[in-house]
Design a protein around this ligand. Sequence first.
Ligand code: GLU
Length: 323
Amino acid sequence: MAKQANSEDLEIITSPLLSVLKDLHSKYKSLREGAVANYIPELAKVNPDLFSICIVTVDGQVYEVGDSQQLFTIQSMSKVFAYGLALEDHGRDYVLTRVGVEPTGDAFNSIILDEQSKRPYNPMVNAGAIATTSLIKGAGATERLNRVLDMFRRYTGHDVFVDISVFTSERSTGHRNRAMAHLMLNFGMIDHNIEEALDLYFQQCAVIVNCHDLAVMGATLANRGINPITGERAVDHQYIKDMLSVMYTCGMYNFAGEWAYTIGIPAKSGVCGGIFAVVPNQMGIGVFSPLLDVRGNSVRGVEVCKELSRQLCLHMFECKGGN
Ligand code: GLU
């Protein structure tokens, strides 16, 4: 259902874009609803006022406002990219035996598996993400971590690092995630050492990015897997539709249906306060603002994306050009 952009479309979309972003930034700067995530103690230290919006087009143009260089940990947004790597390592059919693609309507950290198949519901909830990460190939923990970091390097266009404080903070308090991993071990959904799978999952969540990176990563998915800034392929193009489909149906926690209905583009958020969205063949969008609503989505991030979708006519199923 991807909309094909021609150069004329891009011209119309990009020329007034910076002023659109500036207007949205100043409009929503005063919105101070929500609360920062605190269940990972280290995340609670973030400055709640931080706010940035960035768009990168598939032809490599960058539009950014606010604290776009501010670093934060990628958290749940990493799940999309890890899913792509697991698909590359094993192919679609095998990955589907381990992780489903059904939305749950439940919170991201629910301890539930599909009754019949015993699979986690989808790769965007924690259980499914832990199962996905356990599929990433490598001769040992270091090689697997290096493959994950190299994957993020391809998407962002620069070397990335793990925030050790956030990693150890989540590792020592992530009892729910540990419980899910044990449940999946019980049902044979995770093969190898679960502590190692959890470590890699916590490390991938603690990868350091900024809002600019989110938009570049989104633009890479919008650009059939090729980073529009570096020209490097980040992921095999055949898996992009799988990644975007689960983002579209499951990417925004238990707000995913309403997001699809009103905003209508694949997106993923994280408890850090980031949201990245993909407009296939056109652009990647990144928003960062740490104040979260009750479902775990950035309050300003959702509002900004709503307005961008409306003003730039981004909804996937928007009928353009009259009746
Ligand atoms: N590392 C976080 C967790 O597993 C990611 C949660 C999120 O961003 O939704 O709880």
